[in-house]
Ligand binder design. Structure first.
Ligand SMILES: [Zn+2]
Length: 756
């Protein structure tokens, strides 16, 4: 440990000497910008900031959340940033009372608070939210209880085949296999009157690792708070879709908001869930539905009855986004944005403060560069978001408030959220893939000494060469094994503050973090995501905190200071053409499956192959899948590939000699090219989501659907929408290509002009 700090201190001192003596000719050239930046990143300081930020519960509306906003402003200002707080007034329900009781057989009451654990100081404060999920629908119901596994669409299909219905019942679903909000939404859609969600030890408890405090896995009494606001329709304030929640904004009535659930929902721990699950009778749950509790899981729906009552105060909260700006010297109207939220569910050491302290370290280091006389070419905007946890409210409301300006100015948004020991995880827009690979190859991994990119390559190679590797894993491994190829970015759906930028405004984004070794899943959104936990399990010694700061900081500096656009559109075109191949295969596969099913139904295969005592119904009948004409998107992507390649080549060959005015125009052109894939039309049933290349799945929640207009229409059997979105997507790709062509022509004519 001492070694590390010593290594760290040395370049810092050197840089200070070099810059402290202006006018004196330095014998050696001054350290590069990146090195000067790195020298100002101090893990001990990051650790102290985190300790301060997590010293009390800091959920939206709590005193410490407001205090953190003030603290952040003070810090940003002391580092030389032009900083202000931007407020929004949002609907924010808080729990008044909650109750979950087993009524028959026997009696048991679920606890709604998490007890202290030995060796963790955090719980001495009070002020934590009890078990609660925001934007559930209040209610007081007494009904039979039924276990629905993960509560996915497939789980409900199986229940139907078993001849069972959740109508009029309270369901109990386990966390995992999709976003929590969809469990509650599907339960309501199937007629359930209440929904309990618990964390099964199979997924993040003792079946995975020793529970906290002995190990990092979920302790028996921990529960996962969260939001069930339907962010797949639109994120942000459920009452102000598409517009900012300013004081005078037009608001929906609470009862009219499609994002707010209509049934009561409560999260519980596995210690409590065991009492409810053990009380269930009825058929034994199918093998894939058995969890790791020491019981045989039954589906229930008979004798076991529960009383579930949740009452909220449906008030408003003022949320505080911290906005810190450093104006660009040359192109002040070109913005590079960098954000991470600071609100948590309880203490939030991992989520979100591990990412927040990286962002702070970057801001301080960039501020130090500015104090030494450096200025970015473009404006840098650092954003500490409030109210991410209840449904991305801080970032969504801010971006909706500034939508017109952001469409004119924002070139890229770099996001992070949680961070810990392990491997680089990077998602985002493929045009930024090469930049990410380049920067990551220059950041050193603290545990192995190789670059974080090299370590990622090793991880992907190992995964893709395992006996159980899937096609995607093998494809990634092949790319990773070839040092001449870049590692692709993960496609992004939703689940963090990049959503409004990528999905609504069409701004390219990167979402960064490290993890996979410091296991944080077991305390996710519980009171045990604490300072003590973080230091013991997530990132002991704050070794990966500086790594995220360096990676994100170098990206911001490159984006803010480069002479030319740091994007490679050929990578985007290649990614889109892969997505097109995927949706074509999906259609073919669905067609084959539907045909096979028709034959099997005609031959009574499903009944003959099933246990007649259990299976009561055939599967849902699939619609025959017509042949789709993918020619428009295939033609469009071929054109895009050509245009992108020509543009990238022109920038590389002639960019360096272009005059500033032309370069400024080139940046405008790229911004418009990127926004072209997010036209105003939006996706079916959810027009807030405009990006035709990426969206969160409407039945997966966080995880991404690529070419969502086409893909989800195939999955949902909406055949006319398939054709419609093939046309719309092709038109968007064409207009993207047309903008890039304009750029290529501009470069050609400007080069000719300057040669004259
Ligand atoms: Zn978070």
């Amino acid at each position: 440990m001492h070694n590390r700090y010593f290594r760290h201190l040395f370049p810092l001192v050197l840089t200070q000497i070099l810059v402290a003596a202006p006018g004196i000719a330095a014998p050696a050239p001054p350290a590069k910008l990146g090195e000067r930046f790195d020298a100002a990143i101090d893990p001990a300081e990051m650790s102290a900031w985190m300790k301060d930020l997590v010293s009390a519960p800091n959920q939206v509306g709590s005193p410490h959340d407001a205090e953190n906003a003030r603290t952040l402003v003070t810090w940003f200002r002391s580092w030389g940033w032009d900083t202000h707080i931007e407020q929004f007034r949002v609907l924010y329900p808080t729990p008044v009372s909650e109750k979950l009781e087993l009524i028959t057989p026997g009696w048991f009451k679920a606890r709604i608070t998490e007890p202290a654990v030995t060796g963790d100081q955090a719980k001495s404060h009070g002020g934590e939210l009890p078990a609660y999920v925001a934007y559930q629908g209040d209610g007081d119901v007494t009904a039979a209880l039924m276990y629905v596994n993960y509560g996915t669409r497939e789980d409900y299909d199986l229940l139907r085949r078993l001849g069972l219905s959740v109508k009029g019942k309270v369901v109990i679903a386990r966390y995992g296999a999709g976003w929590r909000g969809l469990k509650a939404k599907l339960a309501a859609q199937h007629g359930a009157v209440g929904c309990i969600i618990y964390s099964d030890p199979q997924d993040d408890g003792y079946a995975v690792d020793d529970p906290y405090p002995k190990g990092p896995a979920r302790p028996a009494n921990a529960f996962q708070r969260g939001s069930v606001s339907d962010v797949t329709l639109y994120p942000g304030d459920p009452l102000t879709p598409g517009v900012a929640s300013t004081e005078n904004a037009a608001r929906l009535n609470i009862s009219d908001s499609p994002a707010i659930l209509k049934i009561p929902v409560l999260p519980i721990s596995y210690a409590d869930a065991q009492h409810f699950l053990a009380a269930l009778d009825g058929p034994v749950a199918p093998s894939g539905w058995q969890g790791a509790l020491p019981i045989t899981y039954h589906i229930g729906g008979g004798q076991a009855r529960v009383h579930l009552a949740v009452k909220s105060h449906w008030g408003t909260a003022t949320i505080h986004d911290v906005v810190a700006m450093m104006p660009g010297e040359k192109y002040p109207d070109q913005w590079i944005l960098r954000g991470n939220h600071y609100d948590a569910w309880v203490f939030g050491a991992s989520d979100p403060m591990s990412g927040q302290v990286a962002l702070l370290a970057e801001a301080k280091a960039i501020g130090a560069l500015a104090k030494q006389g450096w200025r970015p070419k473009r404006t840098i905007v650092y954003l500490s978001w409030d109210a991410e946890e209840p449904g991305l409210l801080g970032s969504t409301e801010w971006a909706e408030a500034h939508a017109a300006e952001l469409k004119q100015k924002a070139l890229a948004y770099v996001n992070s959220d949680t961070n810990g020991r392990g491997f680089l995880n990077a998602g985002g827009s493929p045009a930024l893939q090469h930049l990410l690979n380049t920067v990551a190859s220059g950041i050193s991994d603290p545990e192995t000494g190789v670059s974080v990119l090299e370590r990622k390559r090793a991880q992907l190679e190992l995964l893709g060469n395992g006996w159980d590797a899937g096609d995607d894993d093998r494809h990634l491994a092949a790319l990773a094994s070839n040092p001449a190829r870049d590692i692709p970015l993960n496609p992004l759906g939703s689940g963090s503050d990049y959503t409004v930028f990528l999905d609504h405004l069409g701004t390219p984004v990167l979402h960064l973090g490290f993890g996979g070794e410091g296991d944080m899943g077991g305390v996710y959104h519980s009171a045990y995501d604490s300072w003590d936990y973080y230091n013991r399990f997530a990132d002991p010694g704050f070794r990966y905190a500086p790594v995220l700061a360096k990676l994100a900081g170098h990206l911001v500096l490159r984006l803010a200071n480069s002479h030319l656009p740091q994007k490679r559109y050929a990578d985007f075109a290649v990614a889109v053409s892969e997505y097109i191949e995927q949706v074509k295969s999906l259609a073919d596969e669905r067609r084959r499956t539907a045909k096979t099913q028709t034959r099997m139904l005609a031959q009574n295969v499903y009944r003959l192959a099933s246990d007649p005592r259990r299976i009561k119904a055939d599967p849902v009948v699939l619609k025959p899948v017509p042949e789709f004409d993918f020619t428009p998107v295939e033609t469009a992507v071929r054109r895009l590939k050509k245009s992108a390649k020509a543009f990238d080549a022109a920038v590389a060959a002639r960019g360096p000699s272009l005059p500033d005015a032309v370069i400024a125009e080139l940046f405008n052109i790229t911004r418009e090219a990127e926004q072209a894939v997010a036209p105003d039309t939006g996706l079916p049933g959810r027009p807030w989501y405009r990006n035709l290349i990426y969206a969160p799945g409407h039945l997966t929640g966080y995880s991404a659907k690529t070419l969502p207009g086409i893909r989800e229409a195939i999955e949902d059997e909406r055949w006319p929408d398939v054709d419609r979105y093939i046309q719309l997507t092709a038109a968007a790709l064409d207009s993207c290509a047309a903008r890039l062509d304009t750029g290529t022509r501009l470069i050609a004519t400007s080069t000719v002009a300057s040669a004259r």
